[in-house]
Design a protein around this ligand. Structure first.
Ligand code: ZN
Length: 233
């Protein structure tokens, strides 16, 4: 906490004087073009990794970048808060891109994998069940990078699985089908500080470098979908 308080004092003294115009402009309203769902992990900082500013990202952070899928009536199974944020981003703000970003060394994925959560955390146990479908699919995912640990593989499959949860909301599915919005699967490697994007044609998550950036900006990357290989036998 001491670091935070000293940080605010530093910000007031050294950063704020150069950003006053930006904040007074932001006071008029927000117009982000991207909804960004990421894990709550403290090591992963969306604005830092994307060199973005206040007003650029409509951000939701959850444990394991999980989001509950829709039930038959269109509301979320379980907690509706993440889906409410998605609806606000689409209906009120008109965002054009929805990113789900997972990351390496994710504690939530470790817990899903080992089927253990800290004792005395019944809500956490319940929440992590949203990662179970990813666990069921990790061995059958067509793109999996075998050089990664099982938890990191699960984390990558989980990004695609949670994109499917996102699509289960009619608003998202319909707008994606109509080409009005684009969904993106990203994965951040904590050890290298590099961001990877899911590109099925290229065989999975690829480093977002200059070349991939051009492909992405040119719209030459297909919709991110989790493709499964047939079960053995
Ligand atoms: Zn995490």
């Amino acid at each position: 906490m001491e670091k935070l308080i000293r940080g605010i004092l530093h910000f007031r003294k050294h950063e704020l004087p150069t950003r006053r115009a930006m904040f007074s402009r932001l006071a008029e309203g927000q117009a982000p073009d991207t909804f960004f769902l990421m894990c709550a992990d403290s090591r992963v900082v969306p604005n830092l990794l994307s060199s973005s500013e206040p007003g650029d990202l409509f951000t939701v952070r959850t444990v394991g970048n999980l989001i509950a899928p829709a039930s038959d009536d269109g509301t979320a199974i379980g907690d509706v808060s993440e889906a409410a944020a998605v609806e606000y981003a689409l209906v009120a703000l008109g965002v054009k891109h929805l990113v789900i970003c997972g990351h390496s060394r994710c504690g939530a994925m470790d817990a899903v994998l080992s089927n253990t959560a800290p004792s005395g955390a019944p809500n956490l146990v319940e929440w992590l069940k949203l990662g179970t479908p990813s666990l069921d699919r990790v061995e059958r995912a067509a793109f999996v990078d075998r050089s990664l640990s099982l938890a990191d593989r699960l984390s990558q499959v989980n990004v695609l699985q949670q994109l499917d949860h996102l699509r289960s909301y009619r608003l998202v599915g319909q707008r994606e089908d109509a080409g009005e919005i684009r969904l993106h699967g990203w994965w951040f490697d904590v050890a290298t500080g590099e961001t990877h994007i899911y590109d099925e044609e290229r065989g999975g998550f690829v480093l977002l470098d200059d070349e991939e950036g051009e492909r992405l900006l040119g719209g030459r990357i297909a919709r991110p979908h989790l493709t499964l290989v047939p079960p053995p036998g």
